[in-house]
Design a protein around this ligand. Structure first.
Ligand code: OGA
Ligand code: MN
Length: 203
């Protein structure tokens, strides 16, 4: 196991299609990371965040021991920095479709803020009724992240191995959603990301 494998400046779609997982550092520049961090703070002040819930659609519940973050959809009215991010991710969607025929149709995207000590237990991103989610996307918005802060994304592979990815600002992680187990290790400071899924139209 590698403590933090980081990323090579590879081509995102190539890694996604061959490995099922792609990591790109510097997807966003530090000023843009700060800009989005600010947007999230403004949304939080006005009460747009709510505790994340787990479970199937009809039985959603808050379970802090499973999932301790609060989330906020990137919904209209958007800040300019948010619109710019959506434009970048739209280009990524088109790239994935062009190179991998993934049939990605749209993107659902939210901020996720884990307070110090919170994590998200090992899970899949396709709970019952959510199999239109095809590619999971996570972009970290932590301007500073010392290695001792924890909070890694732990991505499991089939053979009991795993890879830990630190939530460093500007780093983008994408993986094929189906069957890919992962968890968020508890962090020693607040941890912010924007994350979501490229979805297909059909189940
Ligand atoms: C999720 C998730 C990972 C991360 O929101 O479903 O697994 O690193 N997030 O924030
Ligand atoms: Mn997840």
């Amino acid at each position: 196991m590698v403590a933090d494998a980081g990323s090579l400046p590879g081509v995102l779609h190539a890694d996604l299609l061959t490995e099922g997982l792609a990591v790109r550092d510097g997807f966003l520049s530090p000023p843009r990371v700060l800009g989005l961090h600010e947007c999230a703070a403004r949304r939080r002040v006005r009460g747009d965040f709510s505790p994340a819930r787990v479970g199937a659609e009809s039985r959603l519940q808050t379970r802090r021991e499973i999932r301790g973050d609060s989330t906020c959809w990137l919904a209209e009215p958007l800040f300019a920095e948010e619109r710019a991010l959506l434009d970048d991710l739209e280009r990524l969607r088109l790239e994935f479709n062009r190179e991998g025929y993934l049939g990605l149709f749209d993107l659902e995207l939210h901020y996720a803020r884990y307070p110090s000590g919170a994590g998200y237990a090992r899970h899949l991103d396709q709970p019952l009724g959510r199999d239109q989610r095809r590619v999971s996307v996570i972009l970290y918005l932590n301007p500073e992240w010392p290695a001792a802060a924890g909070g890694e994304l732990r991505v499991f592979d089939g053979a009991q191995g795993h890879r830990d990815i630190e939530p460093i600002g500007g780093r983008l992680v994408c993986f094929l959603t189906a069957g890919r187990e992962h968890e968020v290790l508890p962090a020693r400071r607040d941890r912010l990301s924007v994350s979501g899924w490229f979805r297909s139209r059909e189940r």
